[in-house]
Each structure stands twice: as C-alpha cells, then as structure tokens.
Design a protein around this ligand. Sequence first.
Ligand SMILES: Nc1ncnc2c1ncn2[C@@H]1O[C@H](COP(=O)(O)OP(=O)(O)OP(=O)(O)O)[C@@H](O)[C@H]1O
Ligand SMILES: Nc1nc2c(ncn2[C@@H]2O[C@H](COP(=O)(O)O)[C@@H](O)[C@H]2O)c(=O)[nH]1
Length: 187
Amino acid sequence: MGQTPRLFVISGPSGAGKGTLLARVRKRHPNLGLAVSATTREPRPGEVDGVSYHFLDEEEFSRRVRAGEFLEWANVHGHRYGTLKGDVDALLASGTSVILEIDVQGALNVLRLMPDAVLIFIEPPSLEELERRLRQRGTEDEGQLRLRLRNARSELELADKYDERIVNDDVDAASDRLLQIIRSYEG
Ligand SMILES: Nc1ncnc2c1ncn2[C@@H]1O[C@H](COP(=O)(O)OP(=O)(O)OP(=O)(O)O)[C@@H](O)[C@H]1O
Ligand SMILES: Nc1nc2c(ncn2[C@@H]2O[C@H](COP(=O)(O)O)[C@@H](O)[C@H]2O)c(=O)[nH]1
C-alpha cells in the first residue's frame, strides 16, 4: 500500500527558516513535491529561474492571474507571489504529496479551496533572533528588512489558525519534527 498524497502548506515570517527546513526534509523525503512559485520580485544572486521561482514581470504575472493559472496569489512584502495551479494538480494526480512554502494570506486561501490541506507554521524563537537571521542572510536591503520584520508581527498572530506549529530553534530538532509531522499525515 502506498502513502496517501497530501497537500502541505508551510508558512511563517521571512527568516524563520522555512526554506532551510524544507531543504533538509526533502533530502530525507525525496518524493515530496515542491511547487515552484511565481514572483514579481527580482532574483537574488544565485537564484535560478524555474528552480527558486518563476521570475515574472508585472505584465506576465497579471496575464496569468487573468488566465486563472494561480491556485492562490498575494501581495507579500511589496511584491506579488503565486502558486501555479497546474503544477500542484499534476503532482497530486501522480500520487505525490506536495508542499507549498507560502505566506499566511495564501495559506488561508488554499485552505478555503482545499480543506484537506495541512497547514504548518514555522516560528522563530524570538523576534530578536528573526532579525539576526535576516541580517546574517544578507539578502535584503535595510528598508526591505524592516518591512519583513514589521510584517512578522501580524503573521505570528495567525499562527493559531494552523494545524501544526514548530519553533525553529535548533535546526536539527525542527527539521526532524517537520518530517515527523509530514509522515504522520501521509499515514
Ligand atoms: N535553526 C536555525 N538556527 C540558526 N539559523 C537558522 C536556523 N534556521 C535557518 N537559519 C538561517 O536563517 C536564515 C533564514 O532562513 P531561511 O532563508 O530558510 O528563511 P525563510 O523562512 O525561508 O525566509 P523567506 O521567507 O524570506 O524565504 C538563513 O540564513 C538560514 O541559514
Ligand atoms: N502567497 C504566496 N506567498 C509566497 C509564495 N511564494 C513565496 N511566498 C512568500 O513570500 C515570502 C518572501 O519570499 P522571499 O523568497 O522573497 O524571501 C516568503 O516568506 C513566502 O511566505 C506564493 O506562491 N504565494
């Protein structure tokens, strides 16, 4: 008997460590499909189009919104980000569980459309540690960093709407817990 494919949604403030935990979990669960989001933000050094994100200009993003290609999309930290419906449907239809790394607005929209989705919230140990991680990552300018820290407060207020919460303090413990949660829902 195979596992039941599930749709997982992971959210949390920018810098909480979602991408870090997902990369670790996917090494240990290679069949977990990751839907590549689209965004209008500029690529960071080292990011690859079609792998990190589908990097779209505003016009192309709007065209895809009008064409109904997005399962969800939202304005996040001053840019648009969206999940392409076709990618998610194809993975689920092939029997593969899928994980979306998206913001809180997107997560709650996905839950409305797909009530069986499992929502997992990643919390930083503190706002001070969140700031330290974002500064150490060094990918945001000061204005963007401040915006992300401001938005973190309202995102954290929605954590109780999620099925599961993980505090990403020790990265090994947090990635073990994320994998354990995913396996438990796959049955
Ligand atoms: N448990 C941890 N302890 C210390 N540093 C961590 C931990 N987890 C992640 N980091 C570091 O914190 C920074 C932010 O992590 P990451 O990029 O994974 O965050 P994110 O939540 O995916 O952010 P974004 O939403 O902006 O994509 C990275 O430099 C990462 O190496
Ligand atoms: N609603 C959506 N939010 C998304 C999607 N992809 C990413 N995100 C969120 O954006 C922030 C910032 O990402 P960054 O790469 O610029 O640091 C991230 O925290 C995600 O929560 C999406 O498809 N839909």
